[in-house]
Design a protein around this ligand. Structure first.
Ligand SMILES: Cc1ncc(C[n+]2csc(CCOP(=O)(O)OP(=O)(O)O)c2C)c(N)n1
Ligand code: SF4
Ligand SMILES: [Mg+2]
Length: 273
């Protein structure tokens, strides 16, 4: 059976995404990874914030919760701590996770709780009319920066690494096979697992930033990204021209929910002694 038949809520269609939007490719990759890991639908919870990307949870035939803007991770943390048996997956956008939800993001990484988080990074607030986000590159023309934005942008991978996530990876919707592998790995491992995925929003970002067509945006990913092992062989000057993709950290560390349970058992034993 195709993953779309198995895991898509047909009643929620048609979807809201624009032609050429990368969100559908990303959703399909996530579903294939869930299928590969054989996660039980009844034991899997998809939590999302607000944004075009966060609408993905509504199309998925699992336990789903579409929360408040920037708040997917606190909801997911509560769900996982209350019921560690569940597989908890967070879907979030660059604005959702690094602007209004930025504080929750760094603390979820620091806690290293067993949640797989997939960030759909289109470098813009897609849903609300194209305001620049913390990941919009310097110079981005947007609804709130008509002459180009002046701030240095966040590198989500660097943030996650510095904050303590145990698995950190980056892919793009152009590299679909690689993407399946990254998400599947993230679902398999304990701890806080972060996959940032570069995905085009031609409607709000591409048109204003000299990408004539949607295809030009996909070609940008081809020309400007490089696999991590090759990136490491480049000179610093060459590295400046590319965005590396691949697995940046892969450590097997127990999630917060495991350490929490261990502490609870220890205290219980002390009380019973
Ligand atoms: C508390 C709150 N503030 C602002 C908004 C408006 N809002 C909805 S989505 C969004 C930005 C979404 O951007 P992103 O997370 O990058 O998702 P995208 O639409 O690009 O996928 C904003 C500002 C809101 N819904 N709630
Ligand atoms: S506005 Fe952008 S992110 Fe939203 S559906 Fe359209 S292309 Fe996708
Ligand atoms: Mg966005």
């Amino acid at each position: 059976m195709a993953v779309s038949d198995k895991y898509i809520r047909q009643s929620a269609l048609p979807h809201i995404w624009c032609p050429g939007c990368g969100n559908g490719i990303l959703l399909a990759a996530l579903l294939r990874a869930i299928d590969k890991q054989q996660l039980e639908q009844k034991k899997t919870v998809i939590v999302s914030g607000i944004g075009c990307s966060s609408r993905a949870s509504g199309y998925m035939n699992f336990n789903t919760i579409h929360t408040a803007h920037g708040r997917a991770l606190p909801f997911a943390t509560g769900i996982k701590l209350a019921n560690p048996e569940l597989n908890v997956i967070v879907i979030t956008g660059d604005g959702d996770s690094t602007a209004i939800g930025g504080n929750h993001f760094i603390h979820a990484c620091r806690r290293n709780i067993d949640i797989t988080t997939v960030i759909f990074n289109n470098n813009i607030y897609g849903m609300t009319g194209g305001q620049y986000s913390p990941t919009s590159p310097e110079g981005t023309v947007s609804a709130t920066s008509p002459f180009g934005q002046l701030e240095r942008s966040f590198d989500i991978v660097d943030m996650a690494m510095a904050s303590g996530a145990s698995y950190v990876a980056r892919g793009t919707v152009l590299h679909a096979t690689m993407l399946d592998g990254l998400i599947s790995d993230a679902l398999e491992k304990p701890g806080f697992n972060l996959v940032e995925i570069l995905t085009p929003c031609h409607t709000q970002y591409g048109r204003k930033n000299k990408f004539k067509t949607v295809v030009d945006m996909y070609q940008w990913y081809k020309k400007n990204t490089v696999k991590l092992d090759r990136y490491r062989q480049l000179t610093p000057e060459e590295q400046g021209k590319f965005t590396p993709i691949g697995v940046f950290r892969d450590e097997l560390r127990p999630g917060l929910e495991v350490r929490y349970e261990e502490l609870r058992n220890k205290l219980q034993e002390q009380r019973n002694a």
